[in-house]
Design a protein around this ligand. Sequence first.
Ligand code: AMP
Length: 339
Amino acid sequence: MVEENHPQRIDREGGVQEHKSPSLQMEVRDPVIIRDKDEMRQWSRYMRAQGKTIGLVPTMGYLHEGHLSLLREVHKHTHLTVVSIYVNPGQFSPSEDLSTYPSDIHGDINKLKSVPGGVDVVFNPHNLYDYGNSSGEREREVKREKEGGGLVSCLEERGLGHETWVRVVRLEKGMCGNSRPVFFRGVATVVAKLFNIVEPDVAMFGKKDYQQWRIIRRMVRDLDFSIKVIGSEIVRDDDGLALSSRNVHLSPEDRAKALSINQSLFKAKYAAEKGQTSCRELKSSVIQAIQEAGGRIDYAEIVDQENLEPMEEIKGGVVFCVAAWFGKVRLIDNMEINV
Ligand code: AMP
């Protein structure tokens, strides 16, 4: 279903750009950059009315080969592709790294252009939660929530009056949900917003964020979004470290130490395939390897691939998920084990 060149494209103002000549079609195409959500929806509806299918790759930018692999994958499924680049304040708590999250929009666009088939639209909204009606009421509410120990994200701190959240109540608990209490409601909410704005046929997520991928699939099923969600395999550096935008903050020493995550996970997978079935023993070997390297464990869990329930014995399809700190950087990784 791949179609590398499209007869018509819509520019930022929503007008239609015609491809000028066959030679132009051979060149690397500049994506249309859309910053306004109404314009984004207008583009999508126009294209869908022409019979085109649309694939969406949601990202927070500072793109690397992991993100580009999602774009390559989505090309196999739809005529047109949209990559969203938006650092979502709703999924960060005030103590997390929103302000230092790396960004490089021009570099990102060049990387997207380097992928064969490119990308049709980069959706790069300024603020998805600005409804033009900010008032002091929300700030007062946040203060009350904080005093009452409720969940508060960077979004609420900004007092923009957003108060609707999507919660995937069971899957959001455990693993990343324990140490990042606002994270998954923020992710599910922004993804639901992106789905409503872009109206894609297919959305692509990385299995690097395994719990997130399962949560989005469940949200799509439970809320009847007419969108096919596809999970794509983890892309790793040559030495095995899972690619992540946050890797840029690792010192060379911490980066070397962080290899203990993927190396111990690979060893655990090998041991499980050779017949080691005790999850307790597999977990303790991974925890030990990471701690000996100087990492601080957030969690190491072996869970069922579908429902993310913790397992005691390896049987069927499980996934070994780890989060650990190296210096000030929290890294996550996982390994599917099928025995
Ligand atoms: P992020 O920009 O970190 O929010 O990631 C955007 C998407 O890229 C998510 O679906 C991630 O799971 C996916 N992703 C990030 N890193 C990788 C990787 N190393 N391999 C595959 N997918 C990834």
